[in-house]
Write a protein that binds this ligand. Sequence first.
Ligand code: TXA
Ligand code: MG
Length: 320
Amino acid sequence: MSIISKDISKAVQLLSSDQVVAIPTETVYGLAGNIYSNKAINLIFKTKKRPFFNPLIVHIQSAEALSDIVSHIPEKAKQLANAFWPGSMTLVLKKQSNIPDIITAGKDTVAVRVPNHPTTLELLKQLPFPIAAPSANPFGSISPTKPEHVERYFKENISQVLDGGPCKKGIESTIIGFENDEPIIYRLGALAVEDIEGVVGKVSIKNKKEVSPDAPGMLERHYAPSTRTFLTDNVSEEIKKHEGKRIGILSFKSKLDDLNIASQIILSPKGDLTEAAARLYGAMHDLDRESLDVIIAERFPDSGLGKSINDRLQRATYSS
Ligand code: TXA
Ligand code: MG
């Protein structure tokens, strides 16, 4: 029997009894538990096989609840929350003392966001506690953007995937930390850097080498298909290096005519980065199930969501 269901009251009941439930968000599906339940939070780590040094994101119902979770809100954090919540932005701020250490991996900061999905906002409204939710995938593998992806990963381990349809944004939230009250991007994501800068002015992007393993979302290899994946500016040239192999192509807008290609997914024939981001992980899941020897991904233009897509493609590769 399928574990996918739209029953919000069932999710409320499971979460209220220390269980974990997969929940829809506009970015990716999350594996959720009550932030104050040690049992539920341990279950999240166990189910995902996630190392305990990797902290979780707390999901709250509205920006008003932020002061229950964090002890200091810089002016620019207020401006960002007003501009983008509910939405695909996570803020890392100094935590309140009642936030359990297991959520923050013992750090004095906590990651928080208000997700923009009607089902999960309704769920949060009905729950008397916030929920912690990392992406609902085994550690290191591709994040789920459809309920079926979660079911495939965790059918044996969880009782419910709360069905909210396919995720509209399709890649994880953009994570923003603060140093001396100034924002700094820890993880590129579904909210473009340009949009953030439109509200708070120029922001810097933390070098991934500096962040790791503080924000393991920044780990070099992450979000990865099990098929060997290459990222290139020139797909035709890369194909020549894999003669005789079953090759899958993941490209932005143009179709390639090459007899060596076994399978090809074009993320947005009309060249729309938002559409490409929304389809990215679904395409990686699909190609990964086609018994290919290699996946060759085309590098995206380095602006707007193209920057975030390139970040994820880079982490999906073996060679850099
Ligand atoms: O879109 C999203 O953010 C999704 C949905 C479910 O909300 N969640 C998600 O969670 O991507 P997860 O656990 O896969 O990624 C959370 C990232 C990790 O890289 C973690 O290291 C970082 O957030 N993080 C959490 N707390 C942090 C903190 N206090 N300081 C720095 N990084 C933190
Ligand atoms: Mg993740």
